[in-house]
Design a protein around this ligand. Sequence first.
Ligand code: IMP
Length: 196
Amino acid sequence: MKTKLIFATNNQHKVDEIRPVIGEAFEIITLQEAGIDIDIPEPHETLDANATEKSRTIHALTRQNCFSEDTGLEVVALNGEPGVKSARYAGGEVRDFQENINKLLQNLKGKTSRQARFRTVISLILDEKEYFFEGICDGQISEVQMGTGGFGYDPVFRPTGASGSFAEMSIEEKNRYSHRQKAVTQLIQFLAAYKI
Ligand code: IMP
């Protein structure tokens, strides 16, 4: 029998990226499938603390095994911004991907370095214990947007070694480079060893 893991996110893109790679022994349950309709808070100053907040919130509600992830885009020339504030970089309560990209490109005008990285932290609560996993994808912020796929900052992020942006890739291609995929790989390896 598969072990069920609730994925504490309302972002369907993230579910679509992780579901195909989670492996045979585990089944991912979305918040919607678990009958949970809440906007999980992300009030903290670090990715770890936000990831913990999300998984603990869902665990408190369900008492079930679950995991969450929090991701930030860290730009060297902006001293690591937008970082933990990536979702609401442009300000306001609404998460507007295009507004966030506009602000990022504006803030990078005239900067010589466009070096950046995505960093994902996963918090897993399994059998009442919490475990963390991290994944990093280095790359560059492009001058203009490229592609229409993906979400968030995908149209302006070109991972190191790739010829195009995340938004120009299929999910399979993105998963070859992506921060989230790297963190998920750690999660999967941990889960595979845990089941033995
Ligand atoms: P979250 O708080 O983990 O949902 O992520 C914060 C923000 O980072 C999102 O709203 C997106 O703008 C951005 N983000 C997270 N992951 C990705 C990604 O894989 N590609 C592009 N942007 C992302």
